[in-house]
Design a protein around this ligand. Structure first.
Ligand code: CDP
Ligand code: CDP
Length: 219
């Protein structure tokens, strides 16, 4: 599978990673891996099993045993649709907590690598270019100001009919940025071989076109 090209997209919360990655994948006929969903699923499954988010061995066992099926706009955990349940602020915080545990990251590594098949893969998430697929053909670090990101997340939640509070989102985002940046394993940071794309003033289409342009020059 080493010959299957990978595009890695990383960046802080609500920078547009998922949206841009999925659109780039569709444009190229590649698969798409939302690695953050695996951390969110782990946090949700641990909560449901009564395992504390700081119980490293317990959460790692949950991560290793996840029964997940990814579909178009759908994620099933042990047969139940959880696409909505894993996007709450509570589970976002839980995901960021369990993601700081090395044994959990190790348990999820293999589950991510099996997505590398077919014509190509676009992966999004913190360590996708640095650890999961270090030989990615293109690595992009997507960012945007915290205020722009909070507004995007707010509109996204309201649009899906979820309750949302702008101030709470901004606080949560800053808290998660801080925890994700300061942790010792796979911290949120721009790798030196990643290109920076600030989407604060860009539409989704413009961001997607830029990534496709870069990929065209890289291959
Ligand atoms: O979209 P957003 O950045 O808000 O979150 P996400 O990509 O769904 O990831 C949720 C949490 O999982 C993040 O806060 C990270 O702490 C963690 N994560 C990670 O550590 N490594 C990854 N490859 C993906 C997510
Ligand atoms: O995956 P990540 O948390 O980085 O962000 P996302 O869920 O893909 O994007 C957050 C929201 O921002 C989505 O509702 C996108 O439609 C929106 N977005 C935007 O308005 N402008 C962009 N240039 C990129 C994303």
């Amino acid at each position: 599978t080493r010959s299957v090209p990978v595009i890695a997209i990383d960046g802080p919360s609500a920078s547009g990673k998922g949206t841009v990655a999925a659109r780039v994948a569709a444009a190229l006929g590649f698969g798409y891996l939302d690695s953050g969903a695996l951390y969110r699923l782990t946090a949700l499954a641990a909560q449901r099993a009564g395992v504390d988010w700081d119980d490293e061995a317990g959460v790692a066992a949950v991560a290793a045993g996840l029964e997940v099926v990814f579909g178009e706009g759908s994620i099933r955990l042990a047969g139940e649709e959880v696409e909505g349940a894993i996007r709450t602020e509570e589970i976002s915080q839980g995901a960021s907590k369990v993601a700081a545990l090395p044994a959990v990251r190790a348990a999820l590594l293999f589950r991510q690598r099996v997505f590398r098949c077919g014509a190509g893969l676009v992966g999004d998430g913190r360590d996708i270019g640095s650890v999961v697929f270090p030989d990615s053909r293109l690595k992009v670090f997507l960012t945007a100001s915290a205020e722009v990101r909070a507004e995007r997340r707010y509109k996204q939640l309201i649009g899906k009919g979820f309750p949302a509070n702008m101030q709470a989102i901004l606080l949560d985002l800053r808290e998660r940025d801080r925890r994700d940046s300061e942790r010792s394993v796979a911290p949120l940071q721009q790798n030196e071989d990643a290109v920076l794309l600030d989407t604060s003033g860009l539409t989704i289409d413009q961001a997607v076109d830029q990534v496709l342009d870069w990929y065209g020059s890289a291959s």
